[in-house]
Design a protein around this ligand. Structure first.
Ligand SMILES: [Mg+2]
Length: 382
């Protein structure tokens, strides 16, 4: 069996799908993308195509190693996202060829259903309460929201009170009938992270995500010493070789690799396993599309330490398309009591609506993240 063709489709809202075709007619889909840099990842996948065409798609491990080690320069968001999308499509092909879901190829399920959570409240964390009410009506009881807006390296008591006040209102409104994580989104520098974590601790969030930027990962153990809130990070780390430093230093309770950024299924199964050895939970990052989500779920169902799955239904980024708009089998993803079922179909378990993808790719926008500035005009972390 040989790979014959790779085709990329950039589509709204900010996604990119990869179709890999073979000489035996089996096709696979992946989702290689970095939000805001889709065209750069597109170029990286195109560079991998020279090698991939003509290769046996079933030798996923070898192809992964060639894509990673075959380039003298390696790693980082662009290359690892390109590899991730190819890797997902290869697993999709292999599963379809053998007639089983990917989790069967990975040794079979360790759980019957997977807990998921929803984003509420958008980029700026107002109107969260209304969002939670709406989502509770469809059985969702676990959420994530942004913790702050722009925050200076050292900032005011008023800003701290605003951030903490919102969380207090949520606990007030819903008590312990819901749970939520708070995403600092890398907006908070170490001096303020310490203050905010202390003030937020009484409200017992499930976790605080990216309490500081991953560039400042040396602060994770120090911050963890100072708070009982579990700290989460990992969406901006791209391989085992980055995660190993986090595991060794300690401080992170939940790792959140992105199946479309961190080398795909092949790499993230290994990251999950490393995390398990360190008593660290696994919660894949996934504000992306349905192929990425399906890839996440395949790993969630084989990783004993998988605790929560992010997904992008109704997320503030989904302008122009929603999570299942390009999917022909949305019924396989139906959420019951806040859990996803195991996807029953062979491969990744998602049937991509190719006609719709092709049509949408004709006018795909180039999504960019906003550039925020502090009141003094200096650029702020978004
Ligand atoms: Mg995040």
């Amino acid at each position: 069996m040989k790979i014959t063709k790779l085709t990329l489709y950039r589509v709204p809202p900010r996604w990119m799908f990869l179709k890999i075709e073979t000489d035996e007619g089996v096709t696979g889909w992946g989702e290689p993308v970095i939000e805001g840099r889709a065209r750069t990842v597109e170029a990286a996948v195109n560079e991998l195509t020279d090698y991939l065409v003509g290769q046996d798609p079933c030798r996923i491990n070898d192809l992964w190693q060639v894509m990673y080690r075959g380039g003298f320069y390696r790693g980082g968001p662009i290359m690892m996202s390109a590899i991730a999308g190819v890797d997902q499509a290869l697993w999709d092909i292999k599963g379809k060829l053998l007639g089983v879901p990917v989790y069967e190829l990975l040794g079979g399920r360790v759980r019957d259903r997977m807990k998921m959570y929803s984003w509420v409240g958008g980029d700026r964390p107002a109107e969260v309460i209304e969002g939670i009410h709406t989502l509770r009506e469809i059985g969702i009881d676990t959420f994530k929201l942004n913790g702050t807006e722009e925050l200076g390296i050292v900032d005011t008591a008023a800003k701290v009170d605003a951030a903490v006040g919102r969380i207090a209102q949520i606990r007030d409104a819903f008590g312990k009938t819901i749970e939520f994580g708070i995403d600092f989104h890398g907006r908070v520098a170490a001096p303020m992270a310490k203050v905010l974590l202390r003030e937020l601790e009484p409200f017992r969030p499930l976790f605080v995500e990216e309490p500081v930027l991953p560039e400042q990962a040396e602060y994770y153990p120090r911050l963890a010493e100072a708070t009982a809130i579990p700290l989460a990070a990992g969406e901006r780390m791209f391989s085992r070789f980055e995660f190993k430093h986090v595991f060794r230093r300690g401080g992170i309770a939940i790792v959140q690799p992105d199946l479309s950024h961190a080398g795909g299924i092949t790499e993230c199964v290994k990251i999950a396993s490393m995390a398990e050895a360190y008593d660290v939970a696994f919660a894949p990052h996934c504000p992306l599309g349905p192929v990425a989500l399906a890839a996440c779920l395949q790993v969630d169902f084989v990783a004993h330490n998988a605790v929560l799955q992010e997904q992008s239904m109704g997320i503030h980024y989904n302008k122009g398309a929603e999570l299942f708009d390009y999917v022909l089998n949305p019924e396989d993803f139906v959420i019951t009591d806040g859990y996803f079922p195991p996807l029953p179909k062979p491969g990744l378990g998602v049937i991509v609506d190719e006609e719709r993808v092709i049509a949408a790719s004709r006018n795909a926008p180039d999504w960019r993240n906003p550039v925020w500035r502090h009141p003094d005009g200096s650029v702020a972390e978004w």
